[in-house]
Design a protein around this ligand. Structure first.
Ligand code: C2E
Ligand code: CA
Ligand code: CA
Ligand code: CA
Length: 266
């Protein structure tokens, strides 16, 4: 339709106009949400094969005064294109570090790590490493307990620069996890070149692994390749005891999913 001059009118039809206004309204709302401090972090446990909690993943939600709790997929994409992800990402890092400090006060939770999702746009900021350093210093959180979750797609561009950034973060003691592994344009050379600590098997493979031999094979291959290059492998989206057992049989050591706990406010 874009090439068809006669259809140019499509760009101004009422439905699209409404969509654009809705988006503009959402952007304005998101900005207000930051000012009003309406974002909250929920936490989901990550466990070992004995079921012990080793840490949590922080997952952001928007506590909207009228709409209730809004899921990240409803606002993260807009926050990314509008640039609001930058102040929001900073807030998430700060809140995460404060939570680490809170856990450090209690012996039962003092060793928990916290995994934080980092958007591509935030990671590619020239001062991203300094942002992380500042969040850690201002909170007093232990560096070794912060883990950053990055996705493949955000690491393939400008690999040299990505490696330098990750090395700087590693030097500070921050851990690095590759999220949603297997769903992007995965390249094994990325596993070889990037200073990663952990590989996350995407939940789409875990969901099908008991019913689809292909997915079982992919899960087995990810576990093997990850462990072969010295990475910890964690499966996400584990919902049933059967999935857990199958993952353990394949040598998986770390787990996350509704079986162990849903993301929850603290
Ligand atoms: P993700 O990082 O891959 O997070 C995993 C998603 O799977 C989460 O959805 C989580 O609630 C959900 N989940 C966990 N266990 C299970 C399970 O057993 N079964 C099923 N079906 N789902 C499970 P959520 O919280 O809606 O987050 C969706 C996505 O939004 C995240 O995917 C991540 O890409 C993004 N996101 C969430 N929080 C943040 C954040 O703080 N910063 C950034 N940049 N992105 C975030
Ligand atoms: Ca994640
Ligand atoms: Ca994931
Ligand atoms: Ca995902």
């Amino acid at each position: 339709a874009k090439k068809d001059g006669r259809n140019l009118v499509r760009f101004f039809n009422p439905a699209m106009q409404a969509q654009i206004s809705a988006r503009t309204a959402l952007e304005a709302d998101l900005h207000q949400a930051l000012v009003r401090n309406e974002f909250v972090l929920h936490y989901q446990p990550q466990v070992d094969s004995a079921g012990q909690t080793l840490g949590m993943e922080a997952l952001v939600r928007w506590q909207h005064p009228l709409r209730g709790l809004v899921a990240p997929m409803q606002f993260i994409p807009v926050a990314e294109t509008s640039g609001l992800i930058l102040p929001l990402g900073r807030w998430i890092l700060d809140a995460a570090c404060r939570q680490l400090v809170a856990w450090s006060q209690t012996p039962a939770t003092a060793h928990w790590h916290l995994s934080v999702n980092v958007s591509a746009r935030q990671f590619h900021q020239p001062d991203f490493v300094a942002q992380v350093e500042q969040a850690l210093q201002q909170s007093g959180a232990r560096t070794g307990l912060l883990k950053l979750e990055l996705t493949e797609s955000q690491l393939v561009d400008d690999v040299e620069n990505v490696i330098l950034k990750m090395q700087a973060l590693k030097a500070m003691g921050v851990c690095m996890s590759l999220d949603d592994f297997g769903t992007g344009y995965s390249s094994l050379s990325i596993l070889k070149r990037l200073p990663l600590d952990q590989l996350k098997i995407d939940q789409s493979f875990v969901r099908e692994m008991l019913t689809s031999p292909k997915d079982t094979g992919i899960v087995r291959a990810i576990i093997n390749v990850g462990q072969s290059v010295g990475l910890q492998v964690i499966a996400e989206g584990v919902e049933t005891e059967d999935q857990r057992a199958a993952l353990i049989a394949l040598g998986c050591t770390h787990f996350q999913g509704y079986l162990f706990g849903k993301p929850q406010a603290l």
